[in-house]
Structures are given as structure tokens and as C-alpha cells.
Design a protein around this ligand. Structure first.
Ligand code: 6PG
Length: 468
């Protein structure tokens, strides 16, 4: 029997499911985990599902693979990835391919790519999205780095990925750390999307006074239209879930402190470095930080004055307005995310294809949504599109949604309901559509106190004046 070319190390849930997915699709695969028991347990439980070769130590894992080898690492981002690479290297041959399938920081991926290429290995840093179920049944896969390496595993990756309209949700993203960068922005958009949905929930619950059942129905209905997406679908499911202990809605027993592993924060940090206004994602990250200050919020609640009103107008019109606000803000979040990827591509010399990125996000990943088809179409029609808001479809959709969007923000302010992502998205939209902003005053102030100079609207050059 011939030995497999493809191996996976790191048998936590994502790794296990990805290995099973590979085997289910008929590819032989070698598997390994740092602790031998996990490999043994995996083979006992799933060994019958496909052509697995299990190894309990790294030397026999590599030896079980036919050169040129391709090994995907599925471990926690950061030092564990470097540790596994260091452990693998002495056993590998030149030309072998290492793939990092975790949520690594793209600058780490760039560093590893440089180092491994210099040592004669091929390296790919790939985003894999879709959680445990996606890994098993078909994730969205975003590989970047070695093209030669990608060609070697293209068949496996495109076969195990999700498929939408006969197209694989996997494509070569670009050079360097771009695969992980694109996955990071995916996660940033995921943060924005989740925050927007949470703000919609707050408004439906506290301004409109809907019950959990009613909120569940609203999300179910929204999932039939333009908002059709995985995150809206699971939100509807959440409102249908009862707590077995109390019989109440489980969501009401979940502590309102949001966790995070850092990819949203990295997206914002990179946006700041690049000078791209990515306000929706950043507000979503800050909103998680604010939620984590639970004790402070509880202490402040009886002390700080402000309204806590409800909406007294037509409820069903208000629900529709919240839908419009959610839709328009979501378009802004995607517009900002795609603008960020474009800036990063220029900065780092990557050749990213936004239409293809939208294509592979249509299935498998957490932000999969019907409207990604529209984003793909927008970039297919106009590959050099500067901002998604300018694509005719989205320009018109946002124009239609904006009355509701503005109403919702007014109501939220009157009721004292925080809507950072809705409000910052509208502020971005209003700023982006304005030919004039009050930045002339900022320039004047900078010139007055620091002689920082300014440009004029009526003539070329750099000026400094004595003010006042
Ligand atoms: C995915 C997800 C995943 C991410 C979780 C949790 O694409 O499958 O983005 O990669 O780790 O969603 O992220 P936080 O813990 O930061 O919310």
C-alpha cells in the first residue's frame, strides 16, 4: 500500500474534524498529536471512517508520509505553532510543505514563510472558517503563501471545502501572510455582524418590548430575505432554546460579558496601522470590552442618569426599521473590511482578488450570507471598485434602508439604548458621502499651535499662517 502524502498534526476538535473530512473525501491521511493518547483515542473512535495512518511520535508521523510531504498543523495560534514547526523540521526533507491552519497573526505567518522558504521548505498560512461543524462538513479555506505548495494540495483543499453553486469555497488568496490576513478580516466582520445583531436584539427587546418568542420569529423572518445568513439563522435558533434546568429561555441565563480570542482586535490594530477607517469592527471590539466591565456597569447603573424609555409608535414599522438599520450597517461593515484588505494588499504587495474572497465566503464560514453573491457580482463588474457602498446594488439598497436606519438611531438615543455599531456605521456613511468635512478646522488648529502647516482649497502648496 502506498503511503499518504498528506498529514495532520494537532488533534483537538478542529484538527480531528478536518482530518475526518479529508478521509471522508477518500484521501489517505497520516495523523498525529503531541500527546499519544489523543491519537490512539482518535483512531479508536474514527479509524473506521477512512484511510488513516496514526503515529504517536513525530518521527514516525513524518516517516509515515511519502515525500514530497504536506503537513497541516492545527494547533493554537502563537508559540505552539513555532514549537510544532521546530519539532517537525529535523525530520522533513527539502521541498516538503507545511500548512498552518490555525488563526495565526499574519505577521507571524510572514515571518515563518520567510524562514521556512530560506530553509528549503514550502509554507502556507491558511484561514479555516466554519467552526467544528465546518471543519467536518466543509469549511471556507483561505490559503496564502507558497503557490507551488498550494498547487500540491489544491485538490484536497478544494474537495474538503464547502461548495456553493458548484464552486469550492477555497481559492489561493495571495502571497505572504495574506491568507491569514483575509481570515482575520473575516473574523473582524464576524465581530461587527454579531454586535449589530446584538444591538438589533436590544432594540427589539427593550425599545419595542418583544418577547423572546417574538424576537425569534423576527430573526426567522429576516433570514428569509436579504439578511439570510448563518449568524441570523443561529440567532433565531438561540431564541427558541429553553434552559432544561429552569424552563426559561436559555439566552436569559447567559452572563452578558462577551469573550474574545483576539482576531477582531488584530483587525482593528491593523486598520489603525494602515490608516483605514474601520469603525464598525472597532466599535464591535470595544463593545465586547465594555460588556466585560460587568461589575463596573452594575455599580454605575443606579448612579448615572439617562433615559430608559420604550418606543411607543407602530411596532411592526419599527421592527422593519431595525431590519433596515441592520442591513445598511452590515453593508458598511463589509465595505470597511474590503477597503481594509485592499489597503493591506497595497501595503504588503499582495495580489488579492476581492470577488474571489467574496465567493469563498459564501459557504462554510461563520459570515456566510446570501448577500455575498451581491458582493461578488459587484467586484466582478468593477474589479477596481473603491468602496462597496458605491456599487449600484448596495448604493441603492442603502439609500432605501436609510430612513429606517436613521429612525432606529434616533429612537435608540431617546430610549438610552447603546448602539455603537449602528451609530458608527451611519456616521461613516454620512462622512463618506460628504465632499466637505470639518477637518479644515483641525488643520487650522494644528497650524496655530504647532506650525504643522496646511494645504489650501484655492491654490497649490503648503502654508503656515499666524492666526488670530
Ligand atoms: C471561524 C471563527 C473562529 C473564531 C471564533 C471565536 O471563522 O470559524 O471565526 O475562527 O475563533 O468565532 O472567536 P472569538 O473567540 O474571538 O469570538
Amino acid at each position: 500500500m502506498s503511503r499518504p502524502h498528506f498529514g495532520l498534526t494537532g488533534l483537538a476538535v478542529m484538527g480531528q474534524n478536518l482530518a475526518r473530512n479529508v478521509a471522508h473525501k477518500g484521501f489517505p491521511i497520516a495523523v498525529h498529536n503531541r500527546s499519544a493518547e489523543k491519537t490512539e483515542q482518535f483512531l479508536k473512535e474514527f479509524g473506521h471512517e477512512g484511510d488513516f495512518t496514526g503515529s504517536t511520535d513525530i518521527a514516525s508521523f513524518v516517516a509515515a508520509l511519502e515525500a514530497p510531504r504536506a503537513i497541516i498543523i492545527m494547533v493554537k495560534a502563537g508559540k505552539p505553532v513555532d514549537d510544532v514547526i521546530d519539532a517537525l523540521k529535523p525530520h522533513l526533507s527539502p521541498g516538503d510543505l507545511i500548512i498552518d491552519g490555525g488563526n495565526s497573526l499574519f505577521t507571524d505567518t510572514e515571518r515563518r514563510l520567510k524562514q521556512l522558504t530560506a530553509e528549503g521548505f514550502l509554507f502556507i498560512g491558511t484561514g479555516v472558517s466554519g467552526g467544528e461543524e465546518g471543519a467536518l462538513k466543509g469549511p471556507s479555506i483561505m490559503p496564502g503563501g507558497s503557490v507551488e505548495g498550494y498547487e500540491r494540495v489544491k485538490d484536497i483543499l478544494t474537495t474538503i471545502s464547502a461548495q456553493v453553486d458548484g464552486e469550492a469555497c477555497c481559492t489561493y488568496i495571495g502571497e505572504g501572510g495574506s491568507g491569514h490576513y483575509v481570515k482575520m478580516v473575516h473574523n473582524g466582520i464576524e465581530y461587527a455582524d454579531m454586535q449589530l445583531i446584538a444591538e438589533a436584539y436590544d432594540l427589539l427587546k427593550n425599545a419595542a418590548g418583544l418577547s423572546n418568542e417574538e424576537i425569534g420569529e423576527v430573526f426567522t423572518e429576516w433570514n428569509q430575505g436579504d439578511l439570510d445568513s448563518f449568524l441570523i439563522e443561529i440567532t433565531a435558533q438561540i431564541f427558541q432554546t429553553k434552559d432544561p434546568d429552569t424552563g426559561g429561555h436559555l439566552v436569559d441565563y447567559v452572563l452578558d460579558k462577551a469573550g474574545q480570542k483576539g482576531t477582531g482586535k488584530w483587525t482593528s490594530q491593523s486598520a489603525l496601522d494602515l490608516g483605514v477607517p474601520v469603525t464598525g469592527i472597532t466599535e464591535a471590539v470595544f463593545a465586547r470590552f465594555l460588556s466585560a466591565l460587568k461589575d463596573q456597569r452594575v455599580a454605575a447603573a443606579p448612579q448615572l442618569a439617562g433615559p430608559s424609555g420604550t418606543y411607543n409608535g407602530d411596532k411592526s414599522a419599527f421592527v422593519q426599521a431595525v431590519r433596515d438599520a441592520l442591513y445598511a450597517s452590515k453593508v458598511v461593515a463589509y465595505a470597511q473590511g474590503f477597503a481594509q484588505m485592499d489597503s493591506a494588499a497595497t501595503e504588503y504587495g499582495w495580489h488579492l482578488n476581492p470577488g474571489e474572497i467574496a465567493t469563498i465566503w459564501r459557504g462554510g464560514c461563520i459570515i456566510r450570507a446570501r448577500f455575498l453573491n451581491r458582493i461578488k457580482e459587484a467586484y466582478d463588474t468593477q474589479p477596481d471598485l473603491q468602496n462597496l457602498l458605491l456599487a449600484p446594488y448596495f448604493r441603492d439598497a442603502v439609500a432605501q434602508a436609510q430612513e429606517g436606519w436613521r429612525t432606529v438611531i434616533k429612537v435608540a438615543v431617546e430610549c438610552g439604548i447603546p448602539i455603537p455599531a449602528f451609530a458608527s456605521s451611519l456616521a461613516y456613511y454620512d462622512a463618506y458621502r460628504r465632499a466637505w468635512l470639518p477637518a479644515n478646522l483641525i488643520q487650522a488648529q494644528r497650524d496655530l499651535f504647532g506650525a504643522h502647516t496646511y494645504e489650501r482649497t484655492d491654490k497649490e502648496g503648503v502654508f503656515h499662517s499666524s492666526w488670530g
